[in-house]
Design a protein around this ligand. Structure first.
Ligand code: ZN
Length: 379
């Protein structure tokens, strides 16, 4: 029988105002932490975080961060860790700062922690980083021998963040069950390095169920900048459950199509979760999902505010060269699309993307949902 693997962070802390407790938790990991945060994030967390660090007797040392986890950004952080004698690195903010901190912590041989300030992706819990170019094009996954020692997420910070961040996180998390289900049906491996455990697959499904029950109410909570049980449930679904679910349940076509889309300049400016949601819808079409399941997914993701048509990701059916390039990139050797329980070719992906566009457009008319708006990438 094949080996099954589950991978998870050592410690997960979620709650209102828990950013003030970061120092207390970090003290268990090291004595000279290095914080990585861009200026906007730092302005938001500095006061509460600083007080907690003082209580714990830790010095606050912070470095800034650019837009993407590039190879250069990672190497720069390794140098800062080494020259400053830091024993733990803490990525604070969005997925890119966290991914860069993880990759640098691994290379420098120190411990690392993730402190997301929005529930915008499921990057924080995993033992891998996604590395991009300066322009935001996907380069590679980097895998590490263990997950973060600590993941801490303050739900009041999530409530205060722009609602688009939570929308993106929901898009990333909705993919998790669709991809884990496909991986379970096939024979491929998860990011954790083996076949999925029943636990990994079940956590992916729990994320899906919690999102369907709570996502719309959670978005209302963020619009009001308040923390409610619905928001707490969605933060857990987006961060912990989707994180464990993708890493140990398996990625498949949705994320491979996302990775392909990053190469199309028309999609620049869209969040990870927005591009993933087009990938999820396309995966459902590719696998011949039941018509009602597909229509329900189009309706739900439209109500959340996620794209499921070509126009919303900046493309049209006439962009044949771009669509072909996206499909080719999605199908390169080693991509997670090969976890699908049947062989997938670039031709099949192009056909599925074109069909997705037609189906989603029709469902939105039939169900009186907003018409798609064209996305225009800024140059
Ligand atoms: Zn993702």
């Amino acid at each position: 029988m094949p080996t099954t693997v589950l991978s998870s962070p050592a410690h997960y802390v979620q709650g209102k105002n828990v950013i003030a407790e970061l120092g207390t938790h970090l003290k268990n990991l090291g004595s000279t932490p290095l914080l990585v945060a861009d200026d906007i994030v730092w302005g938001i967390v500095e006061d509460a975080l600083g007080k907690g660090f003082a209580d714990a007797g830790l010095a606050v040392v912070r470095v800034g961060f650019g837009r993407f986890a590039t190879p250069g950004a990672v190497d720069g952080l390794v140098e800062t860790i080494t020259s400053g004698g830091h024993d733990v690195i803490v990525g604070v903010g969005g997925g890119s700062a966290i991914d860069a901190a993880k990759a640098a912590g691994h290379l420098a041989g120190v411990r690392w922690a993730s402190v997301p300030t929005a529930a915008s992706s499921d990057a924080p819990t995993s033992a891998l980083s996604v590395i991009y170019t300066e322009e935001g094009e996907f380069i590679e996954y980097r895998f590490f021998p263990h997950n973060p020692d600590l993941v801490l997420i303050d739900t009041q910070l999530v409530a205060n963040a722009p609602v688009a961040f939570l929308v993106g996180g929901i898009g990333d998390a909705l993919a998790t069950w669709v991809e884990a289900r496909a991986t379970a049906r096939g024979t491929g491996s998860t990011m954790a390095g083996g076949r999925p455990t029943h636990a990994g697959t079940a956590l992916a499904q729990l994320s899906w169920d919690l999102l369907h029950e709570n996502a719309l109410a959670a978005l209302d909570a963020v619009r009001a900048k308040v923390v409610t049980p619905a928001l707490e449930a969605v933060v857990e679904a987006n961060t912990l459950l989707s994180g464990l679910g993708f890493e140990s349940g398996g990625l498949a076509a949705a994320h491979a199509i996302h990775n392909g889309l990053t190469a199309a300049p028309q999609t620049h400016g869209l969040s990870h979760g927005q591009k993933v949601n087009f990938g999820t819808t396309t995966q459902l079409v590719l696998e011949g999902a039941d018509a009602e399941e597909l229509a329900d997914f189009v309706e739900f993701s439209t109500r959340v505010g996620l794209p499921n048509t070509l126009a919303e990701i900046g493309l049209t059916a006439e962009n044949t060269a771009e669509l072909r390039a996206v499909a080719e990139a999605a199908c390169v050797e080693g991509e997670t699309i090969h976890n699908m329980p049947f062989p997938v070719t670039p031709e099949a992906v192009v056909d599925a993307m074109l069909a997705t566009d037609r189906i989603a457009t029709r469902v939105r008319v039939e169900r009186s949902l907003p018409a798609p708006q064209m996305h225009h990438a800024k140059h």
